[in-house]
Design a protein around this ligand. Sequence first.
Ligand code: T1G
Length: 694
Amino acid sequence: MPVTYARQGRIGLITIDNPPVNATGQAVRAGLMEAAQAFAADDRAQAAVIFCAGRTWVAGADISEFGKPPQAPFLPDVITAIEALEKPVVAAIHGTALGGGLELALGCHARISAPSARMGLPEVTLGLLPGAGGTQRLPRLTGLAAALDIITSARQIPAAQALELGLIDALATGDLTADAIALAETLAGQPPRRTGDLPAPDADPAATDALKATLARKLPGQIAQTIAVDVVTEGLALPFDQGMAVERAGFLALMDSPQRAALIHAFFSERAVGHLPQLRQAQAAPLDGVGIVGGGLMGAGIATACLLAGLDVTLIERDDAAASKARGTVAGLLDGAVARGKLAADRRDTILSGAFRTDTDYAALSKADLLIEAVFESMDVKHQVFAELDRVAKPGAVLATNTSYLDVNAIADATARPGDVLGLHFFSPAHVMRLLEVVVADRTSPRAVATGFALAKRLGKIAVRAGVCDGFIGNRILSHYRAAVDAMVLDGADPIAVDRALTDFGFAMGPYAVTDLAGLDIGYMTRQRKAADRHPRDRVPVFADRLYEQGHLGRKSGRGYYDYAAKPPVPNPDLPALLVAVRAELGLTPRDFTDAEIVARTMAALVNEAARVVADGTAARPLDVDVVMLNGYGFPRWRGGPMHWADAHGLDRILADIRHFAETDDHFWRPAPLLVDLVATGRRFADLNKEPQS
Ligand code: T1G
């Protein structure tokens, strides 16, 4: 029974117990209805408290029910029934009161919270809006501006701020249960204070229009946030019951939207990536101490990510000067975290004087549980480092390389403990980016893999298992669709127009703006590295080499595809002439590309290579590719990831595009066998998202 009713003296006790997060699935909703009726019928109960067992108050409606036929009783009706009771009901909040969970609390007549609790209405992150009274009750408690901020930002607010806003009535000073019952005692016998009966706050058309304009600018293409603003404001102008009807209509409309399906696919995929058979029995190594070799941009970023998560870090560099420089870099990154409100200033000082140590001797790493190499991308250098790590690391320590493309099997060969060796591919900036590719080599043990996933969880990152290949999952797919994009520029497309078409599609940044950010030297070096293996029919973006050779490295030199002397940056004025010259040199007659063709070619190349990445096992499932592209490559979250998008767009349409493009270049455009097979058998990538075999 996920909901029980009992009585203590004159106080009814309603307990929800539905692990793992007390989501309000159908059984909970039905149980709450029955418990409310039992409380109403219990003449000896003069007030009641709703508690949640386990680690948190209700964290929302049961997302796994979405998209399925709705089952009564519906949450808004359950909450309205509780609010309508003739005797007061207190919500005792702990953990994270989110979405329908917070809405349940708003329907109670008073709310008391553990000081550590956090609360919010994150529905817009799922392509929805609060659909159980939140749009109409929250503003009645906090005022319009605060309510709109909470609903459209989806952020979690701490209990103390909730108290200031009037969202809750009290903070527990001792035991939450006792304090909640004490609060109920003070309300017993009094008429309940119904949130829905409170006066609606005054409208503020100017502010709401300004908010909608900001949302449209900051979240292009996303619909839930602006619709939520309209539902709040239109509903509040009506009597409460009619306002609830406006909310219901808006909620149901969004429930049917492709964006809701995409965002919920993203939510569950980011949890499913950790559901791997090889992790089931594996026990991760402890993470008390982390050792890092190399204090450059990545090493310092990784150290900062670990320090912010409360881990002890020892970082070694080749000499004192480099070690001191690395310490300065980490201190600067911690200062940034303080400035962003992610770290208390006094914690920064404690970290730098205690948890973070630098050294120049490998022996300093002898006690570390996990050692992460972040040195120059050279196999010789990696071999030297791993031979040293093998010599000094304690038995059972896990040895990780941060390489972004080198063969982790070959790196493991430098040790006598290949089972402890894996890749941990962080994305720059390592203390900010959520994605971590856990690269599993042939001999990597399940324990080492579990340690990679445990580190990600501890750092607040999302780990995705990747097989060993050049570029693993993300960079391998990126290099393929970059080739398609570069080929369009060779054939006449304007790089700036390409960027615009792809940002209009929803990418956080266009590929050429990304190149300017990373540095044109990175791409140049990669092309040089791969030149020996280049196929005669591979098309080389000569214009990119030309820009680099002219000293244009992008942001770090002030000019690349864009000129950063201007604010905001403007297209590099020398680019058109450079492109004309390169195309003439190559004997190419330029043609125009529509935005639609730019998107079609980019996405066809991306999905085609992603199909190969899934087929050869580099990615365990299509959803793993979605999670990588959403969290490391700026793919629009409200499209669910490239594989979810491809299913919705139509795999047959993508295959037809590839076959059409192959008419002019059948070397680059070769349909992936998996894509051909799925189309032939009428299946989708989603059909492959069951539990992975490996
Ligand atoms: N429904 C179903 N399952 C859920 C769930 C939910 N709301 N929240 C979490 N889970 C599962 C999750 O899939 C995972 O399962 C396990 O619980 C632990 O989650 C009407 C319409 C609460 C902050 O958006 O933000 O209410 O992988 O790994 O890191 O207006 O879960 O173990 O099988 O994330 O400690 C609004 C979503 C819903 C909150 C805990 N609520 N959840 O984080 O654990 S819509 C949300 C979270 C709604 C109303 C609307 C987090 C968490 P498994 P976890 P965590």
